[in-house]
Design a binder for this molecule. Structure first.
Ligand SMILES: Nc1cc(-c2ccc3ccn(Cc4ccccn4)c3c2)[nH]n1
Length: 244
């Protein structure tokens, strides 16, 4: 998978040189490139923002630098073409993803969808956001998704993109050493994960649930499922499957 990130803070993503994503980059599983939006400005001050039409507080990111930056990546990856019935995922237009408070909620299901894409382009907005015409222009020719991490407001898209790259990257085959560990975790089966324990058997007067030390795999599986359902009902009832 190739991942391109456009940001005015490229140094923000230097942390992606380490940990799992860093190893995946070194092994070639992920080809990650970070682009400085200011490299696509043409004035002395490398201006990327201006005052909002219609008034209001704050500044809006100008469309021209975004257009130049995205076009440069698309030309490098491949031109935006409307995927036709002849093309498959390998030929589909790169997916453009913009974090936004007004976006669709990012979920594990979306992470799984994105992990199937050959090319992802993440656009990190700042200020009060990006001129709407950037989204409209590329939505005409290709695929654009505005994505929110949750119902709270960040100062820009970088933290959201970091989270999405981690959530997507770990689903790419070969990135996580033991793919088994991806199966039984929160949200993978739609429920929150069960509580985990390791040695010692007793710690500060707290015992590991005896069933987990019983060696009875059926009883352990049943206990874990019950814990998932109880924890989900208590903490995230919205995730419970509808009662049939
Ligand atoms: N789940 C999310 C996503 C964001 C997000 C994503 C991108 C940008 C670019 C700028 N801002 C600041 C800002 C503040 C106020 C209204 C609009 N935007 C962003 C915030 N916040 N929360």
């Amino acid at each position: 998978m190739r991942i391109d990130i456009i940001t005015i803070f490229p140094e923000f993503f230097s942390v992606l040189d380490v940990s799992l994503v860093g190893k995946a980059r070194q092994s070639g599983l992920i080809d990650l490139r970070v682009h400085n939006l200011r490299d696509h400005t043409h004035d002395r001050h490398h201006t990327v923002d201006d005052t909002p039409y219609g008034g209001g507080a704050g500044m809006v990111m100008k469309p021209e630098p975004w257009g130049d930056a995205i076009d440069a990546i698309l030309t490098d990856v491949h031109p935006l073409t409307e995927p036709t019935e002849q093309t498959d995922a390998t030929d589909a237009a790169p997916l453009l993803i913009f974090p936004s408070p007004a976006g669709e909620l990012f979920t594990q299901a979306m992470a799984r969808e994105l992990a199937e894409e050959p090319n992802l382009i993440f656009g990190c907005g700042r200020y009060e956001g990006i001129d709407q015409r950037v989204f409209d222009h590329y939505a005409e020719a290709g695929r654009v998704r505005l994505v929110s991490l949750g119902d709270y407001v960040l100062n820009g898209g970088e933290v959201a993109v970091m989270a999405m790259i981690e959530a997507v990257g770990r689903l790419i085959p070969g990135v996580v050493g033991n793919p088994e560990s991806l199966v039984e975790e929160s949200h993978e089966d739609g429920l929150l994960e069960y509580p985990s324990y390791t040695k010692p058997a007793a710690w500060r007067g707290l015992e590991v649930p005896p069933v987990l030390r019983s060696g009875n795999h059926g009883a352990v599986a049943a206990w874990r499922r019950e814990q998932q359902l109880e924890r989900t009902a208590r903490v995230r009832p919205d995730l419970l499957p509808p009662a049939n």
